[in-house]
Structures are given as structure tokens and as C-alpha cells.
Write a protein that binds this ligand. Structure first.
Ligand SMILES: Cc1ncc(COP(=O)(O)O)c(C=O)c1O
Length: 397
């Protein structure tokens, strides 16, 4: 018989990263649904629809002809070539397919990029508000995330001045840029992005550009760091524009001198990326017509919310440029957006993510709403929020 566990194993200090609060909101919403309540979901950042039909058909066909063993560590050659071709189609630039690395979602891309480019204790700048795993993965790997606050004055993005000020205070080794950004949905203009990258690289700061929301831009076209610098690491994914979150597949564009390091890391960390997901991803490029329709749906949702939310009482939010997020300032109602989101979920039946996940400094004033859902859900959310906020005593109920 196996001996009772003696509790010898303790979680390491590096594993003590904060949880992702959106998961707590999802769990609370699921509990209410189990009681029979209808909940409008605006908390999770993922498309409501699945992979394009071309991807599904390719996987169906592949299933009848196995075996689906490991692939080359850097990814199936034809997929790497197809991704490289996309840069010519989207951005008019030639990218050598040898620089493309297929990854298990962009999440794995971050791990590979941080391990390949940084030493433990290196300082890497991240914008606040920003995607929490940037900070948490860096900490788990022993790097130091350095917060850079953003504000309305700079369209809620990091600037050359704020980056260099931090660098002068204590040298930075890297910076992560995201445009369109999560949670804000804001974007950097092409000149602002180019200026930031050039300034960072002139100062010896490595640039990692998270382009996972490319393809989902409404206010103006998103610029790729690949057009500005061959030294930047670009991270992208099939999760958002291609509607393939659960397939766990993404890619990186890596400077030539880092390709072998990333390959060695991925050989050891993952061997290769799931084969069927790679097959699906390659075929997803042929589903552009379907994906553009999905994008049009987000645009329509965005229009409905921009028109309806101010009437409902949410009249202060950041520019809604891209991705599928709206970052609402709720400070006129509450200075604790976690409590506010909890009440909105319980009383109005609308699930949203409190900003504290994304911004430990000012997130208590904000809520993130995801508009990747159905059009009717947007209308229902506006209705519900409006009638809830119009009740005098909603805060005390
Ligand atoms: C800004 C950003 N980067 C990266 C990711 C990770 O996505 P995935 O690992 O599915 O590619 C997300 C997911 O929500 C995100 O919002």
C-alpha cells in the first residue's frame, strides 16, 4: 500500500503568481446559471464562434489518414511558409519562413521568447493596464516586470518618454508592446509604434510585440513590428481573429540569430505543437471570407455598445479601436470594480471582468467588457445595465 503523503512537496516561490480573476467571475456566473438564471457573458475574451469550416474540413480529412505523430519542432514546413506569406498579404513585407516558429498558442510563444531573449533578473517593461500573464510569466521565470503606467494623454499606450524614463532609472532589457491591446482595446498609430520600437532598440532594449489581436482593427489599420524591425520578436496566434482558442496554436516571428535558441527550447519543452491543430491552422487561412463576416459582427457589436452604453449610464470608456474589448471607467459608481462586477453579475445578470486583473494600480476604477458575443446579447446587456443603474439603491441591495 502507498504510504500517506508526507507533504514533502511545497509550491515553489516562483509559482506564487496571482490568479486570473476573470476565472472567478466565470465560476460565479456558472453558479448562477446552475440556479436557472440567464447570464449575459461579457467577461471572457474569446470569440463565440468556432474555427472556420475550412479548418474543420482539413482536420476531418486528416483524421482518415494517420498516424499523426510529432512534427518538426519549428512547425510543419507548409504552415510556416503559409504564415510567412500572410505577412506579404497583410503588411506587404517579405518574411523568411525560416524565421517563423509555430507555438502552442501565443502563451507558449511568450515563454519561448522570454527564455530565449532574457536572463533571470532581467528587467522587462510592460504597460499598465495590460494582459496579466506578461507580468506573471516573467516573474515565474525570474525576470522582473517593470510597470509603465499609461493614461488618456498618450492614447493609453506606452511612449518613448515613459520607456526611456524607466530605462534611465535602472536599465531595462526588454519591453512588451501590444496593439490592439487587452484589456483596453486601444491601438497605437503606426508612427507611434515605429517610434517606440526604434527608440527602444537604439537604447538596447529588446522588443516583443504581441500582435494576437491583429485582423481585429476598426478605427485604423494595425501596424506590425515586423515592418519596423527585423530584431523584434513578434508573437501572434490563431486564437482570436481565426477563432481557434481551444486549438492552442500560435506563432512567432523570430530574429534569425534567435531561431536556433527557440528551436532548442521548444524541442525540450514541447517537442512539437499538436499536429492536428497545425493542419487546421494552415487551412484556416482559406477561411478568410467566413472570418471577415465574424469580424463584421464584432464591428456591429461595437457600434451597438458605443451607442447604447452611454444611454445606459456607462459614458466613460477608452477609445474602442480594436480587439473586442471596451474598458469602462466605473469610478462614478464605485471605487471597487471587483465588488461592482460582482453586484452587476448578481443583480443585472451581466458578467464583466474587473480591471484589477489588468492593472494593480488603477484597475479598481475599471471594468472590461468583451463584445465578441451575439448581437442580441449586446442589446440585452445594455438594457439590463441601464435598468440596474437606474435603480436608486442598487449599490446597497
Ligand atoms: C493580449 C493577449 N495575448 C496573448 C493571449 C494568449 O492567447 P493564446 O495563448 O490563446 O494565443 C491573450 C489571450 O486572451 C491575450 O489577450
Amino acid at each position: 500500500m502507498l504510504e500517506k503523503a508526507r507533504g514533502l512537496l511545497r509550491p515553489s516561490a516562483r509559482s506564487a503568481v496571482p490568479p486570473f480573476m476573470v476565472m472567478d467571475v466565470m465560476a460565479a456566473a456558472a453558479r448562477l446559471e446552475a440556479q436557472g438564471r440567464r447570464i449575459v457573458h461579457m467577461e471572457v475574451g474569446q470569440p463565440a464562434v468556432g474555427a472556420p469550416a475550412t479548418a474543420i474540413a482539413a482536420v476531418r480529412a486528416a483524421l482518415s489518414s494517420g498516424p499523426h505523430g510529432y512534427t518538426e519542432t519549428l512547425g510543419i514546413a507548409s504552415l510556416r511558409r503559409r504564415i510567412a506569406r500572410a505577412y506579404a498579404e497583410w503588411h506587404g513585407i517579405d518574411i523568411d519562413a525560416d524565421r517563423i516558429v509555430v507555438t502552442t498558442g501565443s502563451s507558449a510563444g511568450f515563454m519561448l521568447a522570454f527564455l530565449a531573449a532574457f536572463e533571470a533578473s532581467d528587467r522587462v517593461a510592460v504597460a499598465l493596464p495590460g494582459y496579466p500573464p506578461y507580468r506573471h510569466i516573467l516573474s515565474a521565470l525570474g525576470c522582473e516586470p517593470v510597470w509603465i503606467e499609461t493614461s488618456a494623454d498618450t492614447r493609453w499606450s506606452m511612449t518613448m518618454e515613459t520607456l526611456i524614463a524607466q530605462h534611465r532609472a535602472r536599465p531595462l532589457h526588454g519591453v512588451i508592446i501590444g496593439s490592439p491591446a487587452n484589456p483596453t482595446g486601444t491601438m497605437m498609430t503606426a508612427p507611434a509604434l515605429a517610434e517606440l520600437i526604434r527608440c527602444a532598440e537604439d537604447a538596447g532594449i529588446a522588443v516583443i510585440s504581441d500582435e494576437i489581436y491583429h485582423g481585429l482593427d476598426y478605427a485604423f489599420a494595425a501596424e506590425s513590428a515586423a515592418r519596423v524591425s527585423a530584431d523584434a520578436i513578434i508573437i501572434n496566434s490563431f486564437s482570436k481573429y481565426f477563432c481557434m482558442t481551444g486549438w492552442r496554436i500560435g506563432w512567432m516571428v523570430v530574429p534569425p540569430q534567435l531561431v536556433r535558441a527557440v528551436e532548442r527550447l521548444q524541442q525540450n519543452l514541447a517537442i512539437s505543437v499538436p499536429t492536428l491543430s497545425q493542419i487546421a491552422a494552415e487551412a484556416a487561412f482559406d477561411g478568410r471570407a467566413e472570418l471577415e463576416k465574424v469580424k463584421q459582427g464584432y464591428e456591429e457589436n461595437r457600434r451597438i455598445l458605443l451607442e447604447g452604453l452611454p444611454r445606459a449610464g456607462f459614458n466613460s470608456f477608452l477609445p474602442v479601436d480594436g480587439a473586442f474589448y471596451l474598458y469602462v471607467d466605473v469610478s462614478r459608481f464605485s471605487t471597487d470594480s471587483f465588488e461592482f462586477a460582482t453586484r452587476m453579475l448578481e443583480q443585472a445578470g451581466v458578467a464583466a471582468t474587473p480591471g484589477v486583473d489588468f492593472d494593480p494600480l488603477h484597475g479598481r476604477k475599471f471594468l472590461r467588457l468583451c463584445y465578441a458575443g451575439a448581437r442580441e446579447d449586446m442589446r440585452e446587456a445594455i438594457e439590463r445595465i441601464g435598468s440596474w443603474l437606474s435603480k436608486k439603491n442598487w449599490l446597497k441591495e
